[in-house]
Design a protein around this ligand. Structure first.
Ligand code: F6R
Length: 252
């Protein structure tokens, strides 16, 4: 795992977008795995800026396919808290991605297990993920793979942990409004990506980052710890978190 400590949220977002830009420029028909939450907002903003660059150098998404990590169960696509809404609002509608090339799990499917299989197959048919963008939950989750006794490999429905419900309640009018279940890509789906970009910013993540980087134990109790076993992971870490750990230097 390569770790870069970035001085602030802006530089972290610019660096994250640059890594994604490189993948898109090298392979215009690449397949990107995308995330939601607070962390990637700056990356999407920067990608939109790169897309809008004039003089024929704007970043072209016309051949790109995207697969989102997860979606809440029980929210309509039009619900402002749904990840469908988030993606259209914060990224898709601002760039030239073709709607038919954007995939988000249908967490309201009548047959959830079939939808999970269909999602895995759709990723495979498109040739697998060239890059997976990840945020990190305070409890170490990636996607909605919550701390557990074992890793779940494929796309599945998960019961959200109390910690995640609490953390995500900031987007809802109250904690009671946060859906209790979500559909998420599994650990195997994520680990199948050729390249992984883990971006870490936000409150209350110091302890989990310390465990991942300093204890270096791979355990389903800290789902992101599995990333130690992937050959190409870049972690971008906000200086605020890194400085709380000590021993990690600022990178250019
Ligand atoms: C979002 C997702 C989650 C978030 C994580 C961090 O699609 O899969 O794993 O990346 O909860 O969220 P933020 O960035 O809001 O701190």
């Amino acid at each position: 795992m390569k770790v870069f400590v970035e001085k602030d949220y802006t530089s972290l977002s610019k660096k994250g977008a640059k890594i994604i830009e490189e993948v898109v420029r090298n392979k215009p028909d690449c397949v990107l795995g995308l995330a939601t939450g607070s962390t990637p907002l700056g990356i999407y903003e920067e990608l939109i800026r790169l897309h809008r660059l004039g003089g024929g150098i704007g970043l072209d998404f016309s051949k790109v396919t995207t697969f989102n990590l997860d979606e809440y169960c029980g929210l309509k696509k039009t619900d402002p808290q749904s990840y469908h809404f988030y993606m259209w609002e914060n990224f898709f509608r601002h760039v030239n991605l073709k709607p038919e090339n954007t995939f988000i799990p249908n967490a309201n499917s009548e047959d959830a297990s079939q939808e999970c299989v269909r999602y895995e197959e759709a990723i495979e048919v498109r040739g697998g993920l060239d890059l997976q963008l990840l945020g990190l939950g305070r409890n170490g989750h990636i996607g909605f793979n919550e701390p557990d006794e074992h890793f779940v490999l494929d796309t599945h429905v998960v019961e959200l942990s109390a910690d995640t419900i609490k953390a995500n309640s900031r987007f809802f009018s109250s904690e009671a409004q946060v859906p209790r279940y979500a559909m998420t890509m599994g650990i195997g789906s994520i680990m199948g990506a050729k390249k992984i970009l883990l971006v870490v910013s936000g409150e209350g993540k110091e302890e989990v980052v310390r465990k991942i980087l300093q204890e270096r134990v791979v355990t389903p109790r800290i789902p992101a710890s599995i990333l130690h076993l992937h050959p190409d992971v870049t972690m971008l870490l906000d200086y605020k978190i890194a400085s709380a750990l000590g021993g990690l230097d600022l990178c250019e």
